[in-house]
Unconditional design. Sequence first.
Length: 317
Amino acid sequence: MNFLKPLFTSKLILFCGIIFSMQISLAAIPEMTLKEKLKLLEKKQTHQTDHFIFDLPVTYNKKVANWISFFQSRGKTFFREWLEKSTKFMPLLQSELRRAGLPTDLAYMVMIESGFSTTAMSTAQAVGPWQFIESTGRNYGLKKNWWLDERRDITKSTQAAIRYLSDLKKEFGSWYLVAASYNMGENGLRRQIKKYGTNDYWQLVRLGALPQETQDYVPKILAALMISKAPNLYGFRDVAAQYPTRYEQIWAPGGTDLDQLADYLNVTRKAMKDLNSELLLGYIPRQAAGHAIHVPTGSVKLAQQFFRDQNKKFALD
């Protein structure tokens, strides 16, 4: 199908994968503009979904189609879980990207990198939602020691990723190459671009110049992006939303234990640890001066009372 070939760079584009999924023969209506076809697709929806608007270039080809098919079949269970988690994390991710002037659709990298897990760890010891290795995280301002790993903090790691992605964009120009370098490392990509004499991502894929994981990485992101923009059209109906926990930041002294604080605030221990996943041991060691932590909105005064009571207890020890 020739109309499935091109690279679409407009923000308002025809969602070719959706056309294929819905089995709508829009090619049979040549007089329709892309905008008119888009409106027709939106009328076909049975539930509310995001409009088909993208701020990344979208390519629909065989590789992307294969990953869409995979996520609809063998990968359907975990992709549904990713969709559910996306309702919790996407607002924050996209807000940070928008504030930095980067495409908000880059947030779908997190879906592929970690499935939105703050505790995810790869075999290469990459950690957190953005899967930073320790050296890259350190280069972009993320602290790591025996009790703290800021790669696991969704906000801090996103801000670090924004700085990293911005640097990669300055060097490589193309968002596809940015994603490829994020996956395989910028040094490796530089060598392959020089060796094969092209900076076209798809050409590098066709030449077998990239590792298989990197050849799949961009198509996975595009497939996830396309499905997530209109999940009901791809068979993901009634996705259960997970709403983000609203929180405030407060300075906690050394010796603060998250379980004890959670009990005092009458919130679940899991919720408190999820809010502070960068604390590896679930507490701030006494020898530390303190650390900024997150507490549920409206509980700052009660938390401050907990810290006062804790300081009195420590003074008696």
